[in-house]
Design a protein around this ligand. Structure first.
Ligand SMILES: NC(=O)C1=CN([C@@H]2O[C@H](COP(=O)(O)OP(=O)(O)OC[C@H]3O[C@@H](n4cnc5c(N)ncnc54)[C@H](OP(=O)(O)O)[C@@H]3O)[C@@H](O)[C@H]2O)C=CC1
Ligand SMILES: CC(C)(CO)C(=O)C(=O)O
Length: 314
């Protein structure tokens, strides 16, 4: 007989994405969120405040954890939403919890699932094409949503776990689809981040800045180089050519996110390391390996690294 137990989800690295997800999933699951004390304190005091397209509400049922000792054995599935710069550290910290449990990543960039796979057999890759930000302690804002979440088995026999996780997310009312080629899915999402995240972070501009004639030419170069590198890596993207993707980017994605700031913008403003080496920096490094010139990605990655290191430049 099917168990009627409420599923239990642990979210590792709960900030803009993870707390928003925790707020929604807590309608249908028991949710534990590993977050920083500033969020945990506010959430314990008055609940998690959510605003935007995922609903305006205060959620009183998210349980914040401050270390693996706080995590109960009943957890069924783990979802990592830390920045890619913190994936290894959080996997190390929660290694005993992750081991033996299906663990999903909703992070941007390339390389997180490989790290998680060092800690558990069943890894689920994922993407989320929605804009989240932290408005204050224990307070998140969800603005534009452009596509359903995508989840797919990365490694291990995770078909059943994938189905369960999709069921939980869908029953919370979040649009989600199974992706039979999540490696390509991660690259597909990365195209958008490569195209707009560093530019908006450096210019302190929302995504709509990409339509400016001068900026559009740079975006064009970043995307063309990424297509060339993806081709050399044997990644199958849903668009046959860079021009086809650029058409989608400027017709759908840029308008959907025109007024909002991407995650890398917040990283630079707050003096945090960015995910540049999982995005444009990764393309530049792979390009070098394949003998493909990636001057635009090298240039933008260098500018972001400089801004990371020099407070006056951000
Ligand atoms: N924001 C967005 O619109 C979107 C973001 N993404 C991706 O999702 C991922 C998360 O992004 P986002 O939510 O914006 O990032 P945030 O920085 O808002 O959230 C991550 C949170 O995890 C915390 N954290 C890191 N390590 C630990 C730890 N060991 N224990 C407890 N807390 C920890 C961070 O704290 P601290 O900062 O102190 O390290 C931070 O509060 C990224 O890969 C991003 O690119 C994907 C789609 C949209
Ligand atoms: C889709 C987008 C641009 C939403 O903000 C994102 O992935 C990010 O901010 O990193």
């Amino acid at each position: 007989m099917e168990s009627l137990k409420r599923p239990a989800v642990l979210i590792l690295g709960a900030g803009a994405v993870g707390l928003s997800l925790a707020g929604r999933l807590s309608q249908v699951a028991t949710v534990y969120a590993a977050c920083r004390p500033v969020h945990a304190g506010a959430i314990r005091d008055r609940g998690l405040v959510m605003e935007g397209v995922w609903g305006d509400r205060t959620v009183g049922t998210v349980a914040c954890v401050s270390g693996p000792a706080d995590v109960p054995p009943a957890v069924d599935v783990v979802v990592v939403t830390a920045k890619g710069t913190g994936t290894r550290a959080i996997c190390e910290e929660y290694a005993g919890v992750i081991r033996g449990r299906p663990t999903a990543s909703l992070q941007n960039g390339i390389g997180n699932e490989e790290i998680i796979a060092e800690y558990t057999d069943t890894v689920i890759g994922g993407t989320v094409t929605t804009n989240f930000s932290v408005a204050g302690p224990g307070h998140v804002r969800v603005l534009s949503e452009s596509a359903p979440m995508h989840l797919g088995v990365w490694s291990g026999g995770g078909g059943e776990a994938l189905g369960r996780l999709i069921g939980i997310i869908r029953s919370a009312g979040i649009p989600v689809e199974a992706d039979s080629d999540i490696r390509s899915g991660k690259w597909t999402k990365a195209l958008l981040n490569i195209a707009v995240n560093p530019i908006c972070a450096l210019l302190r501009a929302p995504v709509g800045a990409a339509v400016d004639e001068e900026i559009r030419e740079i975006v064009d170069g970043l995307v063309r180089e990424t297509f060339a590198v993806a081709g050399a890596e044997g990644v199958r993207l849903p668009w046959a050519t860079a021009d086809d993707y650029l058409d989608y980017l400027f017709r759908v994605q840029v308008p959907d996110f025109a007024a909002v700031y991407p995650s890398m913008y917040h990283d630079l403003r707050q003096g945090r390391r960015t995910e540049i080496d999982l995005l444009n920096g990764y393309i530049a490094a792979l390009g070098e390996r394949h003998g493909i010139a990636t001057p635009q990605n090298r240039c933008i990655a260098g500018l972001v690294r400089y801004a990371e290191a020099h407070p006056d430049a951000r």
